[in-house]
Structures are given as structure tokens and as C-alpha cells.
Design a protein around this ligand. Structure first.
Ligand SMILES: Nc1ncnc2c1ncn2[C@@H]1O[C@H](COP(=O)(O)OP(=O)(O)O)[C@@H](O)[C@H]1O
Ligand SMILES: [Mg+2]
Length: 176
């Protein structure tokens, strides 16, 4: 599918082509929480979610939804801008990173990213684009863009078999 027809499909409510991409939108915080919640119910051990998007795009609210879907209290989840990494325990352990204040990819690795990755939980990385080169290829990359006050566009990309399955399940669940 070329980008023009992909765009037309996206505008008609969210669609995808076969290369592991998807576009959808939310028009409220509640809908973003719901999208996250559905994803949180689907994720499998070792899932890596790289979130990007400007300050205020909705990365943290989306993460709160994911946590809710894993049975974690929403209020526990804030931007770990100062802590750099926060852990929550739910159906799976969640490791929530925010790389905004990191100066290098090495600092990210020094937080122990490889060990968190090996812990078979869910790694959620806000500003994941800043450390993309050390993230596994089989991840979901999610770019959130502000389209207007309450409208957010989510651009999804899966990079492997496992993330592709998760994305396919999410698309089906979102359409229900
Ligand atoms: N559809 C939406 N989804 C998520 N947040 C939204 C939406 N519409 C408005 N907002 C607002 O956008 C902001 C998102 O903040 P936050 O999740 O902290 O973003 P980030 O972590 O990307 O900096 C909040 O003030 C929230 O109320
Ligand atoms: Mg944030």
C-alpha cells in the first residue's frame, strides 16, 4: 500500500498494510487509557514498547493505560523523568523508562536495560527513539502525535514475529 492510500485508510478509522504498520487515533484521555489497557491485556513476557512523541503527546497516559491492563493501579504510574526507571508489578513486571534526561545511550545501558530486558516483563521506553539502536528489533515502536487539543494519532510499527502478533491482536480488539 502506498502512503497516500494508507493515509486515506487511516483517516477512515484505522487500518494497516501487511508490513507491520498501523495507524489509529484517540480523541480523549479516556480513549488513550482504553487503548493502552487493551494492549496491556495482550502483551507477552519480554515485550518491548518504544514510545516517541513530543512532550504532552500522551506517552505517560498511554503507559498508565497499559499498566491498568496489567492490573496495576494507574496512580502509581508517572513520568519517571527523575527516577529514569520505575518498576511496577502486575500480571507481568513492568519496567518504565524515560530517556528524556539521559545524555547518551551508554547511560541507558548503565541503568541495566539488558537485565530488565532479560527479566521477561514489559519494557516501556518513553523517548525510545533516543536509544533505538540498543532496542531489540522485535519491538513495537509507537509514535504519538498531537493533531488537535484532544486528538492523538498513533503510528505503530512491529519489527518481528512476536510484536507482529501483538499488533495484529490489538488491531482486532480495537475494532470490536
Ligand atoms: N487523546 C489524548 N490522549 C492522551 N492525552 C491527551 C489526549 N487529549 C489530551 N491529552 C492531554 O495531553 C497530555 C498528555 O500528557 P502526558 O501523557 O504526560 O504526555 P507525555 O508523556 O508524552 O509528555 C495531558 O495533559 C492530557 O490531559
Ligand atoms: Mg511522559
Amino acid at each position: 500500500m502506498d502512503s497516500t492510500s494508507a493515509e486515506a485508510n487511516a483517516l477512515s478509522g484505522g487500518d494497516s498494510d501487511s508490513d507491520g504498520r498501523w495507524v489509529n487515533r484517540t480523541d480523549s484521555v479516556d480513549q488513550t487509557l482504553k487503548l493502552g489497557q487493551i494492549l496491556g491485556q495482550l502483551v507477552t513476557p519480554g515485550t518491548v514498547l518504544a514510545l516517541s512523541g513530543n512532550l504532552g503527546a500522551g506517552k505517560t497516559h498511554f503507559t498508565q493505560g497499559i499498566a491498568m491492563g496489567l492490573g496495576i493501579e494507574r496512580k502509581l504510574v508517572n513520568s519517571p523523568t527523575f527516577a529514569l526507571i520505575q518498576e511496577y508489578s502486575g500480571r507481568l513486571p513492568v519496567f518504565h523508562f524515560d530517556t528524556y534526561r539521559l545524555r547518551s545511550v551508554d547511560e541507558f545501558l548503565e541503568l541495566g536495560f539488558d537485565e530488565y530486558l532479560a527479566a521477561q516483563g514489559v519494557c516501556i521506553i518513553e523517548w525510545g527513539d533516543r536509544v533505538i539502536e540498543v532496542l531489540p528489533a522485535d519491538r513495537l515502536t509507537i509514535r504519538i502525535s498531537v493533531e488537535s487539543d484532544c486528538l492523538r494519532r498513533f503510528d505503530w510499527q512491529s519489527g518481528g514475529v512476536s510484536s507482529g502478533h501483538t499488533l495484529a491482536k490489538l488491531k482486532a480488539a480495537w475494532a470490536e
